[in-house]
Design a binder for this molecule. Structure first.
Ligand code: CP
Length: 372
């Protein structure tokens, strides 16, 4: 693995290894405090962030490395019309590793195609967020001791909830994981993820009722209804407070329920729940820093930089990232129907799809369309 774009880039053994290293870092931070001396990370954030950007920055500093930041698209040459691929080519020539958050789905994969150094996808639109999943996995591991036989409920915005998408993919590799999908119909999980669960034979239950689901859960993963993902503000207003976890909502829950949330929260968890011993969402934050430290060590140790000439991939001549897009079908006539897909925003980028179960699936954003 050269980059982390999708949580499925990591094998189960690699996730175990990242967790072991993260626990070792938290037990003995001094041992790791100089491990990235002389290395520099670039943080390219085209969307707002508190936790992900600052925890990646804090992780790199705690490893003895340096960080350069692009926090605001309006002060970069993206505002002059520079393409993402050009930005990535340029920035990757300054640094040893880069992290990118972008509103377009598939932007992380595009960045990895053009970067000469490892790329961390720090969130691509409503698609995926693999480093949040690493934070979530360490939290579940520390709370439950294992991922097998868990019943986990995902509640809220499952349509655009990138943290939900990545965590579901990660959990499906473990034994007898049962999933409750708790959302209004308008915010249901994308079909490609349901297809994926069906393919793997995992059981899931869809419901709109948090009250009905909560007694069955070992883990409740609450999410924010994300105003920034809605085209129509009235739809957001109608849905924004559809789930509010209150102290009374927990009367029917198990004593050892773990309540998680990737944060930021708005109204979906009442502040009174914060003092409940089952609330884990602030623990996720620190676990995220340890897992990002562990990931940076892994990606940098895997990456052998050629001293003078850095190889740069180029789109549709994917080179070093062949392992990321596999079985691809590049088709200049294919146009992804997802308006948020990077292929609809980046000049000159050709469509790439795979045929899956009679559907065309975009290799960048995983949006599926029927073949007609
Ligand atoms: N969980 C998360 O991604 O938070 P930020 O948007 O603050 O980075």
């Amino acid at each position: 693995m050269k980059s982390l774009i999708d949580i499925l880039n990591l094998s189960t053994a690699e996730i175990d290894e990242l967790i072991r290293t993260a626990i070792s870092i938290s037990d003995n931070p001094a041992k790791y405090s100089d491990i990235c001396r002389g290395k520099t990370l670039a943080n390219l954030f085209f969307e707002p962030s508190t936790r992900t950007r600052m925890s990646i920055e804090s992780a790199m500093y705690s490893l003895g490395g340096n960080v350069i930041n692009m926090n605001d698209q309006s002060t970069s040459s993206a505002s002059k019309g520079e393409s993402l691929s050009d930005t990535i080519r340029v920035v990757s020539s300054y640094v040893d590793i880069l992290a990118i958050r972008h509103p377009s789905e598939g932007a992380g994969l595009l960045a990895s195609e053009f970067s000469s150094v490892p790329v961390i996808n720090a969130g691509d639109g409503g698609h995926c967020h693999p480093t949040q999943t690493l934070a979530d996995l360490l939290t579940i591991y520390r709370e439950k001791g294992s991922f097998d036989d868990l019943t986990i409920g995902f509640c809220g915005d499952l349509k655009y909830g990138r943290t939900v998408h990545s965590l579901i993919k990660a959990l499906l590799r473990y034994k007898d994981v049962k999933i409750y999908l708790i959302s209004p119909e308008e915010l249901a999980l994308p079909s490609y993820l349901k297809d994926y669960m069906n393919e793997l034979g995992n059981s899931y239950i869809e419901t709109i009722s948090l009250e009905d689901a909560i007694p069955n859960l070992d883990v409740l993963y609450m999410t924010r209804i994300q105003k920034e993902r809605f085209q129509d503000i009235n739809t957001y207003e109608n849905l924004k407070d559809v789930y509010i976890l209150k102290k009374e909502s927990l009367n029917l829950a198990k004593d050892n329920l773990s309540i998680m949330h990737p944060l930021p929260r708005v109204n979906e968890i009442s502040i009174e729940v914060d003092n409940d011993p089952r609330a884990c969402y602030f623990k996720q934050v620190l676990n995220g820093k340890y897992m990002r430290m562990s990931l940076i060590i892994k990606l940098l140790s895997l990456y052998e930089k050629t001293a003078s000439v850095k190889e740069t991939g180029s789109h549709n001549d994917i080179g070093s990232n062949k392992e990321i897009i596999s079985n691809e079908k590049i088709d200049s006539d294919f146009k992804c129907k997802n308006p948020h897909c990077i292929t609809n925003h980046e000049r000159g980028l050709k469509g790439v799809y795979e045929i899956k179960d009679g559907k065309k699936q975009c290799a960048y954003c995983e949006y599926e369309e029927d073949i007609s």
